[in-house]
Design a protein around this ligand. Structure first.
Ligand code: ADP
Ligand code: MG
Length: 473
């Protein structure tokens, strides 16, 4: 058995109006080469201008990831040639990036895990190449889009931990509203570095790098495949080659190029951009805009007695979690509130394919219904139907309840008359019950519900039906 060691380099496009160093639009479009300015094409004589919004969002993310942030940031030039990089260099950060020495804590299968962040920096995306049989096309729309890179320490020890880290990191981006982080659009992608070592080894093993994986399940597949491939080689006493591999659609990885030595990019400070000062006031302003994050909310929900599954479901989406927090301002019954949010509301959002921001039912409206259920004034079943009807007709639930004169009948005197009538009309069921089939009582509850337009309290009805039938023995 070998110990698996993984380090991730995650790239995420930053949500801004314009590109990192030009005023071309940063937006998705199917029309190639329309969001392009001379800077993005690397035309001679051009000068870059720093995008403040991109800097602010990179700083915000660095802070959310508990990084140390500098008093000024510096941009550097990374020199290499590739057709998707018309300038012949990429503007990135090595000297003074936005963040260093951070960490992110989250849950993996219920266990707490902390991943240390080596660094967060801001750079620019390349153009997109499209390869055809005999030729390739270049789309410069992506050229210069602000890109954050987050590099972890080699402190991730399984595929599950890697995927959980990526999911939680994406939620940091979404919670902080710094990126849409859609991996199917390539807005979030990562390089996976992985090595194996024996328990007794003191030095990390030789790493293999897999570049630009978009989907999280491909990350999982690539890691699992590499663990198998590398263990088999080590078992045979062979050496792991330091190389870059790519993952194919079959879930296997294939060698692309051996990495003999680190490429020398001849970095130097970007001479066309002055260092950017970050004042304490600006830091405080940015820090105050960071909302309470996912894991902190999960812990808060657990303290309220909510189970881990529901707590995680609610906190997975900031807007759903915000909705839930507001709901708790209107009701004290956390258990019914949780049930109505996770089952009725989330179920409806799925079915209607809308976001919670588009939902007609406000937290206040939902809280009012929850309180009626809590006080036994409306049955659970009826309450759920009312919520569905309210969504369908855009009418407030309380109004529906008023207009239909809905209330739950829990009064035993009122219920017993209905129950006696139903029992007298159901001689067959009575016989079955008395012969030992006690489940029949539930069938009779159904009849009571029907008779009362679902307003009878089902628990009270069941109790009374059983008492009545027992008396007939
Ligand atoms: P390079 O100079 O080859 O790019 P870095 O030291 O910058 O290597 O690390 C790049 C990424 O690889 C980081 O995420 C780091 O955590 C990870 N990494 C470094 N060494 C190893 C290793 N032996 N096994 C697994 N991951 C590693
Ligand atoms: Mg590196």
């Amino acid at each position: 058995m070998y110990k698996v060691v993984i380090g991730l380099e995650v790239h995420c496009e930053v949500l801004t109006n314009t590109k990192n160093f030009s005023n071309a639009k940063n937006s998705y479009t199917n029309i190639p080469n329309i969001n392009v300015m001379p800077v993005d094409l690397g035309l001679p004589g051009i000068l870059p201008v720093v995008n403040k919004e991109a800097c602010k969002k990179a700083l915000k993310t660095a802070m959310a990831l508990n990084c140390q942030t500098p008093d000024e940031i510096i941009f550097d030039r990374k020199n290499y040639y590739y057709p998707d990089l018309p300038k012949g260099y990429q503007i990135t950060q090595v000297t003074k990036p936005f963040g260093r020495n951070g960490h992110l804590t989250f849950l993996v299968n219920g266990e707490e895990k902390t991943v240390d962040i080596h660094q967060l920096h801001l750079e620019e995306d390349t153009a997109a190449l499209e390869h055809y049989t005999n030729y390739s096309l270049i789309d410069y729309n992506r050229s210069g889009i602000p890109l954050m890179e987050i590099v972890t320490e080699p402190c991730i020890y399984s595929a599950d931990e890697a995927v959980a880290f990526l999911e939680n990191l994406r939620n940091v981006f979404l919670y902080c509203e710094v990126s849409e982080a859609k991996s199917d659009k390539g807005q979030m992608r990562c390089d996976v570095n992985i090595s194996l070592m024996k328990d007794t080894d003191t030095k990390l093993g030789t790493k293999v790098e897999m570049k630009n994986i978009n989907a999280f399940n491909s990350v999982k597949a690539a890691i699992e495949y590499e663990i198998k491939r590398q263990s088999e080689l080590l078992d045979k006493g062979e050496k792991i080659v330091q190389e870059t591999r790519r993952i194919d659609e079959d879930g296997k990885t294939y060698s692309m190029r051996e990495k003999v030595d680190a490429v020398d990019y001849k970095y130097f400070v970007e001479p066309n951009l002055a260092p950017v000062k970050i004042t304490d006031e600006f830091k405080e302003k940015v820090r105050s805009e960071i909302p309470e994050l996912e894991y902190s909310r999960i812990k808060r929900y657990l303290k309220l007695g909510i189970n881990l599954e529901d707590a995680s479901t609610i906190a997975r989406d900031k807007y759903i979690s915000d909705y839930f927090d507001e709901l708790l301002n209107y009701t004290k019954n956390i258990s019914i509130a949780t049930n109505y949010l996770t089952i009725v509301i989330l179920g409806s959002l799925n079915k209607l394919n809308i976001s919670i921001k588009e939902l007609f039912i406000t937290p206040k409206m939902l809280g009012e219904v929850v309180n009626l259920v809590d006080k036994n004034e409306v049955s659970n079943q009826l309450a759920k139907n009312i919520i569905y009807e309210a969504m369908e007709k855009n009418i407030e639930p309380l109004e529906i309840i008023k207009s239909k004169n809905i209330k739950q009948i829990s009064d035993e005197g009122e219920l017993i008359n209905i129950i006696k009538k139903i029992i007298s009309e159901s001689p067959d069921q009575v016989k079955e019950y008395l012969s030992g089939k006690e489940m029949v009582a539930n069938f009779l509850v159904g009849k009571v519900m029907k008779e009362t337009n679902k307003q009878a309290n089902p628990a009270t009805s069941l109790k009374l039906i059983k008492e009545e039938l027992e008396r007939m023995r």
